[in-house]
Design a protein around this ligand. Structure first.
Ligand code: PEP
Ligand code: MG
Length: 887
């Protein structure tokens, strides 16, 4: 028969699935011989059975009673005994900590008869009646949903009339009567006097609290599965509210905010745990306990040292002192800030408690990301104006501007570029701005990808914003913000405030940029140490996506060992756009060749710069990818210009020609249209010009004494014949350039057909690089520019996926294509180098997947390089942690 109840003396911490975290750790402390009040745990299995059927599983309460009898025998005290009653605490405790989300009921067992016994045994009548009123209040609220204010209101009235010593026993007895009336009025019957009935109802209501709305919301946020259920811990009550020699507190074995060594906590004399949580009275620092009760303080210190040694990590505890006797009510490996996580992991290595490998498992890429960005100091911050998608982290404050030119003009003053959405024309503005805010698009929109690439703070898809660039204003509800007004945006949480919120710079970012010494402070030293170890153990290389020498140099400082993706489209914007227009409008081969010849020198110069910045390291240069019409003005704009000219009887001139070209090139689905390798095959000479520029740049670097290592990458290949044709042409060009080193030619794998035919494609490719942005888009048939702003919210809400597949690699679907391509590619070409250069390359969870799938490197935006280094180190020491970075 299934077993649903375990005594604390039976379990241990390895059984958290069944006993919940709290129950498993209470059992562990009991095993260690620490002072834990006797008790037992009702399992998560029982909860799940209860949730499934709405009734407790058969035999549950008989089992509870049997365990209860054992505890009664051990304590020589009985539940419901009017002379000397045993009282019980009933507490929730799931597999993962969900602080304050589920229910607790204390003082179970008190009734009109036992309250006298408690008074006699404690010698404190006030305490007994106060405990009884607490029970009715907690039970009424938890089991029957009576609003807590109803009780709180009456309590406040009694307190107001009481003297400085608090309500008298008589007042509290009257209060109990009032509470009973409130109870009966709400529930329709009297407060249950039978202690066992109280206990069973309390257990059932704790089960039910698993599905309370706040618990569900918390689980969604923390990505805790909904089907785990909670365990219920039933424990003999110990009282911290029995006078000045009693009290209750919480403590951490180190400072959970900074990681600083030394115990840290709060204590409240003559109180129960929930008084601390409710903030009814102010706690004192734990150090005060040394003065109030030195014996208990010393014992507590010993216990904390025992726990830290045993758990080999920061522990937090809840304790109660009952008339000078110390009791442990809870412990667990404590939550901590990102900074404390790094500092504590490094300290524990120094103290010989854990190995450097283990230290890597104690910190996450997401924590390092948090530490790298400046953060807002939110003390006293007002309500946010609106909330969008936090798309590129950081805290940015600046004056609102609505176009790229205004952003670039305000060079000396920080500005926030506010756009409905951004396009490549906004690049100069994005570079100049401190942050970017859009009302449309999600985490893979243009604004998000480019901003992340530049390390620029970005909030996207703030749909509440009605942006009117023509009038120079943005409206949110009835509040209108005009150009020049200051706003603050938080790229982590997506929050937007009116006015300036103070910002704290990040010492970790300054250290990573080479501006601070590794020993600057304990946090920086810990990051230095752990990243160094990650580099030593990781098998996965980390390159950067960089399109400019500046980005390449920055990426190198941040630890990148190459450029995994140099997108060449940015090189055709700005002043060079007219040259691309010339190419598009060319009438005949001669004009086209002249246009290409005009583009060649600037392309070559771009590559020289990047190869110099990454001297001695690989630089993967991708041939032109986007549809050419992206370089022309938008159709609507041209149509309007031409119509205006015609209405005025003027000759539309060049606009007329451009309009004809844009109409000719218009595609309903440009992402699936004439782009990538297809462009190279239908626009004669385009790829050849780029290949020549790469080879000539490399030759120039060789002549200058450098060690250039370019690689040429072909985008959007779906069939080996596409690649073979480009490769033939490229090799002819390369053979004609003197002095260039060997230049490998490889392909992106970014459409499913390429993955499915990877064996054939590998025959023509020196390397593969997964373009997981397009691969996700094409495998799911999700338009990467649209879906995050349209239905992803609903999908996330309904749990269809826990996180956007553009953010974290979809390991089962897209990941399967990747695994297949790796295996079949390497079978066809042993030793084939395989990397990834989509946005996922900088996502810690995805990095773990890529390591496991056997890739050689990941490539990500420069600012994410340290995060990828850490994630790759973690993947090397704990490959089974898989996608667990987020928790
Ligand atoms: C990709 O598709 O993942 C990729 C890196 O290319 P882009 O984002 O430029 O399409
Ligand atoms: Mg792509």
């Amino acid at each position: 028969m299934a077993r649903y109840v375990y005594d604390f003396i039976e379990g241990d911490r390895s059984r958290a699935d069944v006993l919940g975290g709290k129950g498993a750790n209470l059992a562990e402390m009991t095993r260690l011989g620490l002072p834990v009040p006797p008790g037992f745990t009702v399992t998560t299995d029982a909860c799940r059975a209860h949730l499934a059927t709405g009734a407790p599983p058969a035999g549950l309460f008989e089992e509870v009673n049997a365990h209860l009898r054992e505890i009664e025998a051990r304590l020589d005290r009985k539940l419901g005994d009017p002379g000397d009653p045993l009282l019980l605490a009933v507490r929730s405790g799931g597999r993962y900590s969900m602080p304050g989300m589920m229910e607790t009921i204390l003082d179970i067992g008190l009734n009109d008869a036992t309250v006298g016994g408690l008074a006699a045994r404690s010698g404190d009548e006030r305490f007994a009646w106060d405990s009884y009123r607490r029970l009715i209040q907690m039970f009424g609220h938890t089991v029957h949903g009576i609003p807590p204010e109803e009780f709180a209101h009456e309590l406040a009235a009694v307190r107001a009339t009481a003297g400085p010593a608090g309500p008298s026993a008589g007042q509290l007895r009257d209060l109990v009567d009032t509470y009973k009336k409130i109870f009966a009025r709400h529930v329709g019957h009297d407060f249950p006097q039978a202690p066992h009935e109280q206990l069973f109802l309390a257990i059932r209501s704790v089960f039910a609290s698993w599905n309370s709305e706040r618990a569900r919301i918390y689980r969604r946020q923390e990505r805790i599965p909904d089907d785990l259920g909670t365990a219920v811990n039933v424990m003999a009550m110990v009282f911290g509210n029995l006078g000045p020699d009693s009290g209750t507190g919480v403590a951490f074995t180190r400072d959970p905010a900074t990681g600083a060594p030394g115990v840290y906590g709060d204590y409240l004399a003559d109180a129960q745990g929930e008084d601390v949580v409710a903030g009814i009275r102010n706690t004192v620092p734990l150090a005060e306990l040394a003065r109030l009760d030195p014996v208990s303080f010393r014992r507590l210190g010993e216990i904390m040292a025992t726990l830290e040694r045993h758990y080999r990590d920061l522990c937090d505890i809840e304790f109660t002192i009952e008339r000078g006797r110390l009791w442990m009510l809870q412990t667990r490996v404590g939550k901590r800030t990102a900074a404390a996580a790094f500092v504590i992991a490094a300290q524990l290595v120094d103290e010989g408690v854990i190995t450097a490998d283990e230290a890597l498992t104690r910190v996450t890429g997401a924590q390092l990301a948090q530490l790298m960005f400046p953060a807002f100091d939110l003390t006293g911050a007002p309500e946010p104006l609106a909330v969008g998608v936090g798309a590129s982290p950081g805290a940015a404050v600046g004056r609102v501007v609505f176009d790229s030119a205004a952003a670039a003009a305000a060079a000396t003053e920080p500005v926030i570029l506010v756009r409905r959405e951004t396009n490549p024309d906004d690049l100069p503005g994005m570079i100049a701005a401190a942050g970017v805010l859009t009302s449309r698009g999600g985490k893979t929109s243009h604004a998000a990808v480019v901003a992340r690439g530049m390390g620029r703070t970005c909030v996207c898809g703030a749909e509440a914003l009605r942006i009117d660039p023509e009038r120079g204003e943005v409206a949110v509800g009835d509040r209108v913000v005009r150009a020049g007004e200051v706003i603050s945006i938080d790229g982590d949480t997506g929050r937007i405030w009116l006015g300036e919120i103070p910002v704290q710079p990040s010492p970790v970012a300054r250290y990573l940029a080479g501006e601070l010494d590794a020993e600057a402070d304990p946090l920086v030293a810990a990051v230095h140490r752990l990243l160094g170890h990650a580099d030593a153990v990781r098998k996965l290389g980390v390159r950067a996506n960089a399109d400019t020498p500046r980005d390449a140099a920055r990426a190198r400082r941040l630890g990148a060992t190459g450029v995994g993706l140099c997108r060449t489209e940015h090189m055709f914007l700005g002043e060079r756009r007219s040259l691309v227009e010339r190419l598009i409008l060319a009438d005949g081969p001669a004009e086209r060749e002249a246009a290409l010849a005009a583009l060649l020198p600037s392309q070559r110069a771009d590559f020289v710069g990047i190869l110099a910045a990454m001297d001695g390291l690989p630089v993967t240069i991708r041939l032109l990818d986007p549809p050419l019409h992206e370089f022309l003005p938008p159709l609507a704009e041209l149509t309007a210009r031409v119509a205006r000219a015609e209405a005025l009887g003027e000759d539309p001139g060049r606009d007329g020609t451009l309009l004809t070209a844009v109409r000719r090139m218009h595609e309903a689905n440009p992402m699936l249209g004439l782009r990538g390798v297809r462009l190279g095959l239908v626009v004669p000479g385009l790829f050849a010009m780029q290949v020549r520029a790469v080879a000539e740049a490399a030759a120039e670097r060789v002549r200058a004494g450098g060690d250039p290592r370019p690689e040429i990458m072909v985008p959007l290949v779906g069939d080996v014949r596409e690649l073979a044709a480009v490769r033939d042409e490229a090799e002819r060009v390369l053979a004609g350039v003197d002095g260039a080193p060997e230049i490998p030619i490889g392909t992106m794998i970014e459409v499913p057909r390429a993955a499915l035919t990877a064996g054939e494609i590998a025959a023509e490719a020196h390397f593969f690089s997964f373009g997981t942005n397009d691969l996700t888009q094409t495998a799911w048939a999700f338009s990467r520019d649209d879906v995050e702003g349209s239905f992803f919210g609903a999908y996330l809400e309904r749990g269809i996926f826990p996180v956007s597949p553009f953010e974290r690699i979809d390991a089962t679907g897209v990941g399967r294509l990747i695994r297949l391509a790796v295996v079949e590619g390497r079978a066809a070409r042993p030793g084939l180098t395989v990397g990834v250069c989509g946005e996922h390359g900088g996502d810690p969870d995805s990095v773990a997947f890529f390591a496991e799938a056997g890739l050689d490197y990941v490539s990500c935006s420069p600012y994410r390089v340290p995060i990828a280094r850490l994630a790759a180190g973690r993947a090397a020491v704990a490959p089974t942690t898989g996608t667990s970075d987020s928790r």
